[in-house]
Design a protein around this ligand. Structure first.
Ligand code: UD1
Ligand code: MG
Length: 457
């Protein structure tokens, strides 16, 4: 197999997005579009991936990290000018270079592999990935001669009425013979409506030199959607979302209402888990088998074990074990670790806390900066008082402790193993193991008080 290289165009500002965020960093199903492209490219056995960066260069670089090499295009003078920047890395190399835009997040490695295959089989110097679309507005059009052979590409803005009627478009992805590509880039001019150096002009240049130039017409138009504005972004999101959901369903996950379920690209879900409507699974979330998630639940960057139920709740950057029951209406905040068989009930907020196996906080509690042992019962309305306005302090509750309802545990404090805290206590000092601690005023009943009050009036 010949050497393969890739050039990813990601220097543009993306003016049509009307955004402070650079176009190729806009997420589609939680992942920046350029990252989608690079992740697909990586599957193709490529020797060298070169990203052309400009607007937001550091941010694009920070996103892709070591997956790519980078070349700066200081001024965005067009797609041909952009590719030319890769010369310092790729010039003179023997092999095939795929050029792809960072704004086509739906492309798959299967389609790109098919493009490579045709390119090699037809011994072409250039192969354009093309698609037929209902509305070609904005895209470059593929101009073929009477024999049906590709002649050139004309950009929408430069096209005549007759050319605009053509519905076969340039998807922006090409395979080139690497040496022929860099030789012809020097010949591209900017004599066009936009005053830009167009990469598609390389096609006509090679053709005029008598080289073999072909098109690979894919019937997967959806994959080639180029995102230039927010309308296309929403369209891509919808297509990607459906693709992700179908993929999970094929692997044995039940999604009750796929049109109302939002799963990011890198989420994984175990078999026989059921996802109810209104659920968002984001980031690098991993969900085990036999779980029930949702309805109306948002889980971000969490690791969830097996057979866990999470209803109407929010969880962020935490680990949640197996056979756990969360919600409805619970909030698990970052750095929490909820072990197996724990129950977190309604209106309970957990922050940076460990709850060991079998512990329960069933109603109306705040548990923050805490280490809770095994089989602890945290009564309704219990609060760990972790903050003095400046610093945060730790609450430790050892195994088998029972915290009565509506208790305040003023940290730093330790509640010993097996001890009881009486309901309504405000605990400021450590409670020894097996003790009963009562920290509240004794009840006084003033008999017949109301009668005395009435006599005074
Ligand atoms: C481009 C193609 C068009 C094709 C369409 C497919 C050209 C001239 N036109 O148009 O034929 O139908 O894609 O989506 O190539 N970029 C740079 N540096 C630059 C200019 C652009 O890196 O100087 C990058 C952009 O960040 C973007 C990509 O190249 O990722 C394409 O640029 P864009 O402005 O979106 O081109 P289109 O108008 O969509
Ligand atoms: Mg574009």
């Amino acid at each position: 197999m010949s050497n393969r290289y890739a050039v990813i165009l990601a220097a543009g500002q993306g003016t049509r997005m009307k955004s402070k965020l650079y176009k190729v960093l806009h997420p589609v199903c939680g992942k920046p579009m350029v990252q989608h492209v690079v992740d697909q490219i990586e599957k193709l056995n490529i020797q060298e991936i070169v990203s052309i960066i400009g607007h937001g260069a550091e941010k694009v670089q920070a996103q892709l990290g070591e997956q790519s090499k980078y070349v700066l295009q200081e001024q965005q003078l067009g797609t041909a000018h952009a590719v030319k920047q890769a010369k310092e890395i790729l010039n003179g190399k023997e092999g095939i270079t795929i050029v792809i835009c960072g704004d086509t997040p739906l492309i798959t490695s299967e389609t790109l592999e098919a493009l490579f295959k045709q390119h090699v089989e037809l011994s072409a110097k250039a192969t354009i990935l093309t698609a037929k679309v209902d509305d070609p507005t904005g895209y470059g059009r593929i101009i073929r001669n009477k024999a049906g052979l590709v002649e050139k590409i004309v950009e929408h803005k430069d096209a005549t009425e007759a050319e605009r009627a053509i519905n076969e478009i340039n998807t922006g992805t090409f395979c080139f013979d690497n040496k022929a590509l860099f030789a012809s880039l020097d010949l591209v001019s900017n004599d066009n409506v936009q005053g830009e150096y167009y990469l598609p002009d390389v096609i006509e240049i090679l053709k005029k030199q008598g080289e073999v130039v072909t098109a690979f017409l894919t019937d997967e138009f959806e994959e080639t959607l180029g995102i230039n504005d927010r309308v296309a972004l929403a369209e891509a999101e919808k297509i990607m979302r459906n693709r992700i959901n179908v993929n999970h369903m094929k692997k044995g996950v039940t999604i009750v209402d796929p049109s109302n379920t939002y799963i990011d690209a890198d989420v994984s879900i175990g078999q026989d888990t059921i996802i109810y409507p209104g659920t968002l699974l984001k980031g690098n979330t991993v969900i085990g088998e036999d779980c029930h998630i949702g309805p109306n639940t948002e889980i971000t960057d969490c690791h969830v074990g097996n057979a866990t139920v999470i209803r109407q709740s929010v969880a962020l950057k935490s680990t949640i074990g197996s056979h756990v029951n969360i919600g409805p209406f619970a909030h698990i905040r970052p750095e929490s670790s909820i072990h197996d068989k724990v129950k977190i009930g309604n209106f309970v907020e957990i922050k940076k806390a460990v709850l060991d196996d079998g512990s329960k906080a069933s109603h109306l509690s705040y548990i923050g900066d805490a280490e809770v042992g095994k089989n602890v019962n945290i009564g309704c309305g219990t609060i760990t008082v972790n903050y003095d306005g400046k610093n945060k302090f730790l609450t430790k509750i050892e195994d088998d402790a029972f915290i009565g309802c509506n208790s305040n545990l003023i940290a730093p404090v330790t509640i010993g193993k097996g001890s009881y805290v009486a309901a309504g206590s405000t605990i400021t000092e450590n409670v020894p193991g097996d003790a009963l601690s009562i920290a509240r005023a004794r009840q006084v009943n003033k008999e017949n008080y109301v009668q005395k009050l009435n006599q005074k009036k």
